[in-house]
Write a protein of this length. Structure first.
Length: 433
């Protein structure tokens, strides 16, 4: 369903009226397109404190030229900040340039991991999180602000390329930790998934279909999995993308075994997208509504992941990306079952990620969508739908492609140092921080 309020605020009368009434003024976001694959403008690189990072080769891969006038993107290296006094450099660096950042622009702050042996450094680096989230809530004009904690510049190449691109249009106020693992750069950064096989559950429509489309655009051979009842739609999507369809109920006890049998040559990317809602307040919720949501959204993810790892179906260098939700982070009335299932995904990611990387060479991460414009949200009552759209820093709903772009970054072969992360795709929802 079209966001008529967003369209109205894009007109001269709309801008005048919403400004006079103090109403939200969302800006139309600039997303990826074949005609505009990069941000419209250049990159300004700033430093606060003393840094040992060699960022020049990494930032060069973003394709953005240097620009200190009206940049489309600003990268502030604050990894060297070790005390409260050093935070003054953060203000000094960004205060003069924030106003000049282009509409739908990006600000990325680089921080260091918290040092457990130095509480002054830890305090100063943690302060960057509050700073980043606060700036994201005030900057406006469709601009985003994110914090990346890192120790090694090359390991953050895919992350910076993503955050400084149109693909991250609905990702803001996030804190992303990048490890120091060695990463493999793709032969072609425009088609980094070439030669890789990706299986997406629940991919016959909605967000799953968008994920399949985006991974295929990045070069992956996609396997479109959905329930047998949706086989016709799954085959339609697969044929359009040059992939294959796999009709299968993911809740079946032998689903993992059947996936392994269908992919004897192995799998590089596993996307757990399938999910359902059965909303009702707990006092009115029968057991079957509780059980069905936990079974589809969480238990099946655990079973199939365990089975595919045990069978060796997921090759080394593989990626697992599961779908969480801000409902599992902040909670939502009428969704105790859904919130529980999605919070469970976060627990899975944080526990499994280090072991999967150590034992199988596979990373495990999750995306946590907020209000995404789908057929499901179009059926939500008007006032609840409008609240969902406006209660974030970008004052609008996201699109399925926003979740898909984030998933593609986590699936990237050069994202091997991104592990155990739960990244919200919610326009910096005002719920759950």
């Amino acid at each position: 369903m079209a966001d008529r309020y967003l369209s109205f605020t894009g007109t001269a009368p709309g801008r005048f009226l919403t400004r006079r009434l103090g109403l939200p003024q969302p800006a139309a976001l600039k997303r990826w397109s074949p005609e505009r694959p990069d941000l419209d403008g250049g990159l300004l690189h700033l430093t606060a404190g003393k840094s040992d990072l060699d960022l020049a080769p990494v930032l060069a891969r973003t394709g953005l030229p240097s620009d200190d006038g009206h940049p489309a993107a600003v990268v502030l290296d604050a990894t060297g900040i070790r005390d409260v006094e050093g935070l003054t450099d953060v203000h000094a660096a960004l205060h003069p340039v924030v106003r000049s950042v282009a509409a739908s622009g990006r600000i990325v702050v680089l921080g260091a991991p918290l040092d457990p042996a130095d509480h002054h450094q830890a305090a100063a680096q943690q302060a960057l999180e509050g700073f980043t989230r606060s700036l994201g809530k005030e900057i406006g004009r469709g601009r985003t602000v994110n914090l990346v904690r890192l120790t090694d510049a090359p390991a953050a190449g895919s992350t910076l390329r993503f955050l400084l691109s149109p693909g991250s249009a609905y990702v803001s106020g996030q804190v992303i930790e990048v490890g120091a693992q060695q990463v493999t750069a793709p032969a072609d950064w425009t088609r980094p998934l070439a030669g890789r096989t990706a299986l997406i559950t629940g991919a016959a429509r909605g967000i799953g279909e968008a994920v399949a489309e985006t991974l295929a655009r990045h070069g992956a051979e996609v396997v479109v999995l959905d329930v047998p009842q949706a086989e016709a739609d799954a085959r339609r999507v697969a044929e359009r993308l040059g992939g294959t369809a796999l009709p299968l109920d993911i809740t079946a006890a032998d689903a993992g075994t059947r996936i392994a049998e269908a992919l004897p040559e192995g799998l590089d990317i596993l996307i757990h997208n399938a999910g359902i809602t059965r909303d009702r307040r707990l006092v009115n919720m029968p057991a079957d509504r509780w059980t069905s949501v936990l079974e589809v959204n969480l238990a099946s993810v655990l079973r199939t992941t365990d089975a595919l790892l045990a069978a060796g179906t997921l090759r080394r260098g593989g990626r697992i990306v599961a779908t969480a939700s801000i409902a599992g982070i902040a909670g939502n009335a009428g969704q105790t079952n859904y919130g529980a299932s999605k919070a469970g995904i976060t627990g899975l990611v944080r526990s499994l990620a280090p072991r999967a990387l150590a034992d199988h060479g596979v990373t495990v991460n999750a995306v946590a969508p907020g209000f995404i414009e789908t057929k499901m949200t179009a059926a939500v009552p008007l006032f609840i739908r409008e609240a969902g759209r406006r209660m974030n820093s970008l004052a609008q709903g996201g699109l399925p492609v926003d979740v898909a772009e984030t998933t593609a970054w986590l699936a990237h072969p050069a994202s091997g140092a991104v592990n155990g992360q739960v990244v919200r795709v919610c326009g910096q929802s005002l719920l759950g921080a």
